[in-house]
Design a binder for this molecule. Sequence first.
Ligand SMILES: Cc1cc2nc3c(=O)[nH]c(=O)nc-3n(C[C@H](O)[C@H](O)[C@H](O)COP(=O)(O)O)c2cc1C
Length: 361
Amino acid sequence: MAGADASSAAPTAPADWWRRLGLAGPVVQAPMAGVQDHRLAAAVCQAGALGSLPAAMLAPAALAAELQALRAATTGPFNVNFFCHTPPVPDAAREQRWRAWLARYYAEAGLDPQAVPAGAGRAPFSDALADVLEPLRPAVVSFHFGLPAAALIDRVKRWGSLIVSSATTVDEGLWLQDLGADLVIAQGLEAGGHRGHFLDDDLSRQMGLLALLPRLARALGVPVLAAGGVADAAAVRAARQLGAAGVQVGTAYLCTPEATTSALHRAQLAGDAARHTALTNLFTGRPARGIVNRLMRDGGLLSPEAPAFPLATAALAPLRAAAEARGSTDFTPLWAGQRADACRTVPAAELTRELLAAWSA
Ligand SMILES: Cc1cc2nc3c(=O)[nH]c(=O)nc-3n(C[C@H](O)[C@H](O)[C@H](O)COP(=O)(O)O)c2cc1C
């Protein structure tokens, strides 16, 4: 781990980073793999904020198509987001134990466990993905789970994109700054989706945004964006008060018509179930926050039997498909943050304009 000293690192992007990009304010729509494509990103860009395209589950050809569609839909700057985990070495014994635990569900659904393939489903940032990205030179490229190898960071910097990644502790923020992040996202524990932690998987070190944001803002020379529970005007103002140089908002966009959030997921967001979100590693192998459902209740939320990220997903895929076909979310990852109550079925542009207005109020 890099032992960076905050005072020795020169800021590479000033607090008015968003003006330099030509945005109306420092509002970023969080990239959300699985629930959005270029349409949500484009709507946010058109409203004057930074739209994000999640690429974690896109192969190069699909990424190229999405980028082309996004560029055609907006002339504004945008962000493209990648995961940068180290792919795990498959562990046959662990996979076996995981499938043994799932056997009761296969039996209940009448599925043959032997017919279920293993596999990753999410690939980290690579030269092949960078080849697709380079001609577009997006204004911002963001990463989750740290940063890719130095050669890849240099490549992205050479073509001029700002580099952004999430920190869940002060140590992670200093590490990101030291390795070249131009902006750092303070991802509070309230956030929906995967925790971005990468230096230490001890969840007791994870902080709520109210604690994490001022500590990161004080420790870092680069601008810090607030994420996690920022879902309305009051939260945007509070983030600014606590030293944020902008906000990244995810959950609040889940019910906008431009998101691809499924009808089943939307129904859960709108109901009482959304009052209880929790961290679970059962869906992918890494802790992520979602609405508590049957798999999470049965599995005790965090299990050492779940294969390492992202290998846990494959064995669940047929169970999820079978359940969803009969209208059940028992095996669906219902990613959402603790402010799921703030989800509204309003156009993404309307929500974006509210968040922008709150920043400058
Ligand atoms: C459904 C969903 C999917 C997400 N997928 C990603 C992703 O692909 N990449 C990423 O960097 N962050 C992802 N996140 C996390 C967001 O970047 C961000 O940290 C979070 O949405 C902020 O908290 P909030 O949901 O309370 O607004 C996801 C969040 C949600 C809710």
